[in-house]
Write a protein that binds this ligand. Structure first.
Ligand SMILES: Nc1ncnc2c1ncn2[C@@H]1O[C@H](COP(=O)(O)OP(=O)(O)O)[C@@H](O)[C@H]1O
Ligand SMILES: N[C@@H](CC(=O)OP(=O)(O)O)C(=O)O
Length: 465
């Protein structure tokens, strides 16, 4: 079972999750491990504290208040209070170091954010013990979570699952619930790393797959994976089941509900992952397993604020080696492309904000010799997770909706994935576009069945200043 920050926002939520684990054990569903994220928005607050330290201010008061108030609310004891206070003191010292050195490297950032999960697991284990569920807190490296040294976005070492399996088999008492830090790990030198934002999902699937469990449960604040981000489209509905591939594409193309590569370990071992709502535990949520046929569109997602890059060859038509030159430049600059469309003499592709051409790399310079490069900002990718074998049906509906709404598609991609059709539109049109598409595919409220606009309306739209 994995509980994210949204399920662990404050003392009452910690208690609610502890009671939920206890009731599951009562029903015979004892979790092999419980993976916890940091409480509420703690990771963001730690990152902000780092920025403030660089500006000369060191302040951990809000973090101290949240964690100590939770301990005091349930009288979890002086021993835990001392333990958490000493973690907070360590954090404060670290921030003083950042203030003095004026330096916050990716390695230091990983150390900084690690305090959130290191505190939450200790509090959760204490509350469980207090309500009669034997539990022990583990920093994940003590159960074998080792990664490479790519700070901020580390990859789990191939040897880690076997170590985890052995530790669970030989060292962890099956009658005691192991409460494990999500998101953080150690590199082979014992330095703290992180798996990228939202990485606790990946910790859970790594442990679940290593121990070959029956099911991996990821508990959130929504009734499972929804047809769309419910913050963008309140009419979004939960989906009862999606395939591993659909869930991965959804996460990769912007749905904040899951970590993009969290599905991988479970997919390799074909272990179902269930997304459930800790605020509504009776709801069955979404099960992620093998593909089910028969659905045209499963979900809609978007990635906002991306750059569209048009690269046109300055050489003759038919000159070979163009694509190879383009992709060598991307490799050299360690840039990963999201969506791509090409002709013989041009390539259009998108880069997300963290890879933007203004973030210090030399892509444009590297391509100047062979191509004209045009960078267009403020674009968004809308992705439909759909049955690509019925793409004409999907595309016909999408383009009728867009045509009616005057939304222009600047690029379109239907790649090798059998579940993903992506459109690039202007970022400021994305909410409207998704709302209309959602109405069409999920709400039986399709604009294209509405009467055509009158000639006056058409004229007004076309000639509006
Ligand atoms: N397609 C989607 N389905 C469900 N939730 C989504 C989707 N897209 C975005 N979200 C957002 O993801 C949130 C849950 O993810 P997150 O906040 O990371 O949870 P946690 O912190 O518990 O891991 C939801 O509150 C919801 O607003
Ligand atoms: N606390 C980390 C890791 C994580 O997975 O969090 P959550 O489960 O709340 O998305 C983060 O905020 O990125």
């Amino acid at each position: 079972m994995k509980f994210g920050g949204s399920s662990l926002a404050d003392a009452s939520r910690i208690d609610h999750v502890a009671q939920l684990i206890k009731s599951q054990i009562g029903l015979g569903n004892r979790p092999a491990a419980v993976v916890c994220s940091a409480m509420g928005k703690t990771t963001n607050n730690l990152l902000n504290a780092g920025d403030f330290a660089l500006e000369g201010r060191v302040n951990v008061d809000a973090l101290r208040t949240l964690h100590l108030a939770t301990i005091d609310e349930f009288e979890l004891g002086e021993h835990l209070r001392t333990e958490i206070n000493s973690l907070l003191d360590e954090l404060e010292n670290m921030l003083s170091g950042v203030k003095l050195l004026q330096e916050l490297s990716p390695r230091s950032l990983d150390m900084l954010v690690s305090f959130g999960e290191r505190m939450s697991i200790r509090i959760m284990a204490a509350r469980l013990n207090q309500i009669g569920v034997p539990a022990e807190a583990y920093d994940s490296w003590n159960i074998g979570m080792l990664t490479d040294s790519n700070f901020g976005d580390a990859t789990v070492l191939p040897s880690a699952p076997e170590t985890i399996r052995k530790i669970f088999a030989d060292k962890i008492d099956p009658n005691t619930v192991a409460i494990v830090t999500g998101f953080i790990a150690h590199d082979p030198n014992g330095k703290i790393t992180t798996l990228g934002r939202g990485g606790s999902d990946l910790t859970a699937t790594t442990i679940g797959a290593a121990c070959e469990l029956d099911e991996i449960q990821v508990w959130k604040d929504v009734d499972g994976i929804m047809s769309c981000d419910p913050r963008m489209v309140p009419e979004a509905v939960p989906i009862s089941s999606v395939s591993f591939e659909e869930a991965s594409e959804l996460a990769y193309f912007g749905a904040k509900v899951l970590h993009p590569i969290a599905m991988m370990p479970a997919m390799r071992k074909r272990i179902p992952v269930r997304v459930k709502n800790s605020y509504n535990p009776e709801h069955p949520g979404t099960v992620i397993k093998n593909r089910e046929e028969g659905r045209l569109v499963t979900a809609i997602t978007c990635k906002r604020d991306v750059q569209l890059i048009d690269i046109s060859s300055t050489r003759m038509l038919g000159a070979y080696g163009f694509l190879s030159t383009v992709f060598t430049a991307f490799e050299k600059n360690k840039l990963s492309v999201d969506v791509l469309a090409s002709s013989e003499v041009s390539v259009s592709l998108t880069l997300d904000k963290k890879h933007s051409v203004y973030s210090g790399h030399s892509l444009c310079d590297d391509l100047r010799e062979v191509a004209d490069v045009k960078v267009k900002n403020n674009k968004a990718i809308i992705t439909l997770i759909a049955d690509v074998t019925r793409s004409s049906e999907v595309l016909a509906t999408v383009f009728q909706v867009f045509m009616r709404q005057g939304i222009e598609v600047e690029m379109l991609s239907q790649g090798a994935s059998k579940v993903n059709i992506s459109f690039i539109v202007k970022d400021d049109e994305v909410v409207d576009a998704i709302t209309y598409l959602h109405a069409c595919f999920f709400e039986d409220n399709c604009l294209i069945e509405m009467p055509c606009p009158s000639p006056e309306e058409e004229y007004a739209r076309e000639f509006q200043p």
